[in-house]
Design a protein around this ligand. Structure first.
Ligand code: ZN
Length: 150
């Protein structure tokens, strides 16, 4: 299977079976993001433990496969992490998606998923700049929700 086929399957899997959709009973904060260009909507709820780590996250929404799979992959990757670790993941993801650079620093073709997990599957979206907004929507929404928790 080519890397491209593998990535396509990962995106479809997250789109069809999104992770962490269950609403939180007592979220510390939430945020809603909209990408009017594509009609994507994402709601992110977060809960942080006493040490500040993201103990629970809920991500729900509707829209294209890129926005919704990005949201699902993100929720898997950031759960349980500290704010500093999450900021690091956000920054790596942004760098991967930045078409000004080559973004390939986080891709090891011999070991797919070794740095950014399933998120690497979104690397190919760089070829379609209008869709990058779709991929970034859940991330901007997550940061907004986390910022509200202080
Ligand atoms: Zn979209």
């Amino acid at each position: 299977m080519s890397l491209e086929d593998l990535y396509r399957e990962v995106i479809i899997d997250h789109y069809r079976s999104p992770r962490n959709r269950q609403p939180l009973l007592e979220p510390d904060a939430s945020a809603e993001g909209v990408n009017p260009l594509c009609g994507d909507e994402v709601t992110v709820e977060v809960q942080r433990d006493e040490a500040g780590a993201l103990s629970a996250i809920s991500v729900r929404g509707q829209g294209c496969s890129i926005s919704q799979s990005s949201a699902s992959m993100m929720s898997d990757l950031v759960k349980g992490k500290s704010r500093a670790e999450i900021d690091d993941i956000v920054s790596k993801f942004k760098t991967m998606m930045d078409i000004e650079g080559d973004g390939a620093d986080f891709i090891d073709p011999e070991h797919p998923g070794s740095v950014l997990g399933d998120l690497e599957a979104l690397y190919g979206v760089r070829k379609f700049p209008v869709r990058i907004k779709c991929a970034n929507l859940p991330w901007a929404t997550l940061v907004e929700a986390l910022d509200k928790t202080g």
